[in-house]
Design a protein around this ligand. Structure first.
Ligand SMILES: NC(=O)c1ccc[n+]([C@@H]2O[C@H](COP(=O)([O-])OP(=O)(O)OC[C@H]3O[C@@H](n4cnc5c(N)ncnc54)[C@H](O)[C@@H]3O)[C@@H](O)[C@H]2O)c1
Length: 442
């Protein structure tokens, strides 16, 4: 459950946030899947109180007891020997009620990557999914219930900015773990600061991928596709600034365009599909707007970049576009500076390692990065010098749950996944034990 990674959107529907429920037609796209009622102050308070009541029981359970319902990581403190036989020890204790606020792009993973370690550390969580994708967090709650998680320990509240604000401002909330855009992340941090709540921020990115002339070219091309077109390009850590060493640019472009044109776009529930629809009509329009802007600024569209209607009549009305490769890009272009969050790859030439590292780091983002080279020393040197929370060497977008993930600079702070997550969902208590007499100064 915790490690599940489904990259294609299971649903390609716009999800409203209004009263009443409608049955969903899982085949047609562009239709409403369900409607949810946004939670107001009363519901938010109720969710936090019920989470707090469940937390008071759950926090007392030993790790082994919690492990009966959730796979608990090894949570341990330290023993520190002091003079005269005295000693101190540390305990990792839960924080209390944690809030999780999620983006829409991989909603089930975000909900599970936040809640599973929070619960494993003895906390409760109230989770608010994006109003674009309200369903999968509810399914996760059902899975937890079936696994034996006590009632109230994991609560899902629905809504948008107003509900998120209520959660961040609630006095009983100890921590907010947020995944979303930089502007919203700043607001979440500001609200949390007022209550001195801990924050984890998983924000946007505009990550560089460096392809050196000594790389294994087929792998580099496959890596560039993984770095740009996974989940319709709606992935925060995508390597959308693809820097290619000038000598291999023609071969790289030929191969990357050939493969991009061959990407099967269609129904994400079919095995052969490699790209589904974008999340919504406004988002599709925004992504297409970036392509138009890139053309105005001098970029050349080598393929894609326009809306498409797949041949299957059931997909009519979906928000599909052909994956796009942009050539003739410069560092000062909008498509190179801003997060597009769609299937658009910007390709830029470079000459030297020093030059490309400087250009790669010339951004306020710092989520991920990648390098393709056969030179092992260069690979590690580049990884050291890139200002990003992750560097992929000779691959891209490999994110197993046991590996920490998070940003540098304005891409956020705190880490999700891996054992280090424990530090972000627990607090350290120091216990000092005197084995002799009190040596008082008074
Ligand atoms: N770093 C990561 O791990 C990661 C992962 C996925 C997505 N993202 C980023 O998420 C963004 C796309 O997601 P989005 O469009 O849903 O982001 P968003 O910032 O618009 O919304 C994210 C969440 O915040 C809520 N929200 C909005 N205003 C709020 C407020 N004032 N107070 C509290 N909550 C509020 C939204 O309802 C939603 O649940 C991209 O920038 C992407 O890079 C980052």
């Amino acid at each position: 459950m915790i490690g599940c990674t489904t990259w294609l959107h299971p649903y390609v529907f716009y999800l409203g946030a209004q009263p009443a429920c409608k049955p969903a037609n899982l085949v047609c796209v562009g239709r409403i899947l369900c409607q949810m009622v946004p939670c107001g102050a009363e519901e938010v308070d109720e969710a936090i109180k019920s989470a707090h009541a469940a937390y008071l029981q759950w926090r007392k359970m030993a790790g082994m007891e919690r492990a009966r319902v959730i796979c608990v990581l090894f949570i341990k403190g330290q023993h520190i020997q002091l003079p005269g036989g005295s000693f101190a020890y540390t305990r990792r204790e839960p924080l209390g009620v944690c809030v999780g606020i999620g983006a829409w792009n991989y909603p089930f993973q975000i909900a599970s990557w936040k809640s599973a370690p929070a619960l494993a550390c003895g906390n409760a969580m109230v989770f608010k999914p994006s109003p674009m994708t309200p369903v999968t967090a509810v399914i996760l709650a059902e899975i937890y219930k079936e696994a034996g998680v006590p009632d109230g320990l994991f609560c899902v509240v629905q809504g948008g900015a107003d509900t998120g604000t209520l959660l961040c401002q609630h006095p009983k909330v100890a921590k907010v773990s947020f995944t979303g855009s930089v502007p919203t992340g700043k607001k979440v941090m500001e609200m949390s600061a007022k209550g001195v709540k801990q924050v984890t921020l998983e924000l946007g990115g505009k990550s560089p991928l460096l392809i050196f002339k000594d790389c294994e070219l087929e792998n580099a091309v496959k890596g560039a596709l993984m770095a740009n077109f996974l989940t319709q390009g709606e992935v925060c850590c995508n390597g959308t600034r693809v820097y290619v060493q000038r000598e291999i640019m023609p071969q790289f472009l030929e191969k990357v365009v050939k493969r991009t044109k061959a990407i099967p776009v269609g129904d994400p529930l079919l095995d052969g599909t490699r790209m589904g629809a974008l999340i919504s009509k406004p988002h599709l329009e925004k992504v297409l707007g970036f392509v138009s802007q890139a053309k105005k600024e001098g970029a050349k569209v080598l393929c894609g970049g326009e809306p498409i209607v797949p041949s299957d009549p059931n997909l009519k009305g979906g928000y599909f576009m052909a994956p796009c490769v942009l050539d003739n890009c410069r560092d000062d272009m909008t498509c190179v500076k801003e997060e597009i969050f769609g299937p658009v790859m910007s390709v830029l030439p470079f000459d030297t390692e020093e030059e490309v590292i400087g250009r790669a780091n010339n951004t306020t983002f710092g989520l991920a990065s990648g390098v393709f080279t056969r030179d092992i020393s260069r690979a590690h040197r580049v990884a050291e010098n890139l200002e990003a929370g992750t560097c992929f060497i000779n691959n891209y977008n490999i994110s197993p749950v046991e590996v920490p993930f998070g940003g540098y600079k304005m891409s956020g702070f705190g880490r999700e996944n891996g054992q280090v997550t424990i530090e972000y969902y627990s607090q350290l208590k120091t216990v000092v034990v005197e084995m002799g007499d009190v040596d008082s100064l008074f």
